[in-house]
Design a protein around this ligand. Structure first.
Ligand SMILES: [Zn+2]
Length: 99
């Protein structure tokens, strides 16, 4: 597996997610604990002393995500970028144009 430093769909989604979460007022501390999983790529988030977000590829060869069933059904969250919505309809429309 090769990780590209250039723009990938996963990276774009992460950047969009960061922007959206900063806009809704999430703290840097909260965001820094996020692990992003896109396909078999995992990225962590950290912030430099100058305040720049750094998206760091994690060296994993395989990603397996287990979700609890009750969460899958009830959470109105965009599965692409992770933003929360008040309705399931809004959530599925969020990143719908990506794929
Ligand atoms: Zn989205």
């Amino acid at each position: 597996m090769t990780l590209q430093q250039s723009e990938t769909p996963g990276r774009e989604m992460i950047e969009r997610w960061i922007n959206q979460n900063v806009e809704v007022g999430k703290s840097s501390e909260e965001l820094e604990k996020t692990l992003f999983v896109y396909g078999n790529e995992a990225h962590s988030l950290s912030k430099t002393s100058t305040g720049e977000w750094v998206i760091e590829p994690q060296a994993v060869s395989q990603v397996v995500v287990f979700r609890k069933e009750e969460q899958v059904e009830q959470i109105n969250m965009c599965r692409a970028c992770g933003l929360d919505y008040s309705s399931f309809k809004e959530a599925i429309q969020c990143c719908a144009y990506l794929e």
